[in-house]
Ligand binder design. Structure first.
Ligand code: CIZ
Ligand code: SF4
Length: 365
């Protein structure tokens, strides 16, 4: 029988740096039995302990390849779910703080998506006419919905190819939860803006007329990322005025106008690689999460590159930041004692259907 877990209360009062040696000791005691995955947006004092780092696509692939008993996911809830779905049944995936969610993922849920599907059924046959595409930033039951309805998952690095895959099968796409990634990716494959309409899930029939639905190629769920919505056109224009030779790079979760004004638009991996491969002494304005921008600003400083954050205010992914050194130390010390805390376990049937949608994606890219 498992003894009770060590309570988190004992870690709460610890200073960040007091957790450092406990994390290092916990990692050493666990050795190869545990692997720590760290997302690009993770805070520096947690990120530095990660064995493997990357965006959610890369981390989910890595999770499917590791042999570790414990996969400690320093990211947010949907990422840990994907790791659980793609890892072996005997491996345990752990999210050090269960409150590390994603506000964008929460903007869509199964009840609302099923309602949309039913309502669309009054205008056309959705299972014939529409491919449901979910951004990886979504709950597992939405990925399962896509698996069940001939749909697929995408990430910010492959959304364009995934839309092409979808349109090769059905004439329309319902894209959730991020309208901005959907719009930008649709634009990149040449869908005219007036053939992309917003599905407002609080309105009957998404706030659209049957005619608008028939004419649309992409129905964009009315969701967004609270971090990336802070970046505005004026920030880009101010930078361009001040530094005409500077370059602007944005994440496709930014709004359409910001993306359009940017020199480059792409996923976090793309942003890091583009700045890494640029010439020395270049100047960059970057529209994505603050921890990532601070990290690359430091990393590329020796090459004379100046990397600036797009917004004047601090915009961090506050939910990701919930994975702090206290929670990581608490998780590892429990694992050393053989106690698995905060395990993420997607129910079997849901996991199977979600795996179908994820595997479709992994076959495309
Ligand atoms: O897919 C991810 O990891 C996220 C959330 C952003 C990105 O572009 O990498
Ligand atoms: Fe979700 Fe936005 Fe945080 Fe990404 S930055 S995990 S989309 S809340």
């Amino acid at each position: 029988m498992q003894a009770t877990a060590i309570a988190f209360d004992r870690f709460k009062p610890l200073q960040d740096d007091a957790c450092e040696s406990r994390i290092v000791a916990g990692k050493a005691a666990l050795g190869k039995r545990a692997v720590i995955l760290g997302h690009h947006y993770q805070r520096a004092d947690v990120y530095k302990h990660a064995d493997l780092t990357g965006d959610s696509l890369k981390l989910s692939k890595l999770a499917s390849q590791t042999d570790a008993d414990y996969i400690v996911f320093c990211g947010v809830h949907f990422m840990a779910e994907v790791a659980d779905i793609l890892s072996k049944p005997e491996q345990a995936v752990i999210l050090p703080d269960m409150n590390a969610g994603c506000s964008m993922a929460d903007m869509a849920n199964l009840a609302k998506v099923e309602r949309a599907w039913r309502e669309l059924g009054a205008v056309l046959d959705p299972d014939q006419a529409i491919t449901p595409v979910t951004y990886i930033n979504s709950a597992a039951d939405l990925k399962a919905f896509c698996g069940e309805h001939g749909g697929i998952v995408c990430t910010s690095s492959n959304a364009k190819q995934i839309l092409e895959w979808s349109f090769a099968r059905r004439e329309k796409v319902l894209f959730f939860p991020d309208q901005h990634l959907g719009r930008w990716s649709g634009y990149m494959i040449g869908i005219p803006p007036d053939e992309m309409v917003v599905w407002d899930f609080d309105e009957p029939l998404g706030g659209l007329t049957p005619e608008q639905i028939r004419k649309a190629r992409i129905l964009l769920w009315k969701g967004h990322c609270s971090v990336h919505q802070m970046f505005q056109v004026q920030h880009v224009l101010n930078f361009r005025n001040q530094y005409p030779e500077g370059m602007v790079i944005s994440h496709p979760e930014c709004n359409f106008e910001v993306c359009k004004l940017s020199d480059y638009v792409g996923s976090t991996d793309f942003i890091i690689n583009t700045v890494a491969e640029s010439k020395p002494d270049t100047r960059w304005l970057v529209g994505t999460e603050l921890n990532l921008v601070n990290r690359i600003a430091e990393q590329f400083k020796p090459q004379g590159k100046i990397v600036r954050f797009m917004a004047p205010t601090v915009c961090m992914c506050s939910t990701m930041a919930r994975i702090d050194p206290q929670h990581l130390a608490w998780t590892l010390e429990n694992l050393v004692e053989g106690k698995v805390v905060n395990q993420i376990k997607v129910p079997a049937r849901e996991a199977e259907l979600a795996r179908t949608a994820l595997k479709r994606m992994l076959e495309v890219v």
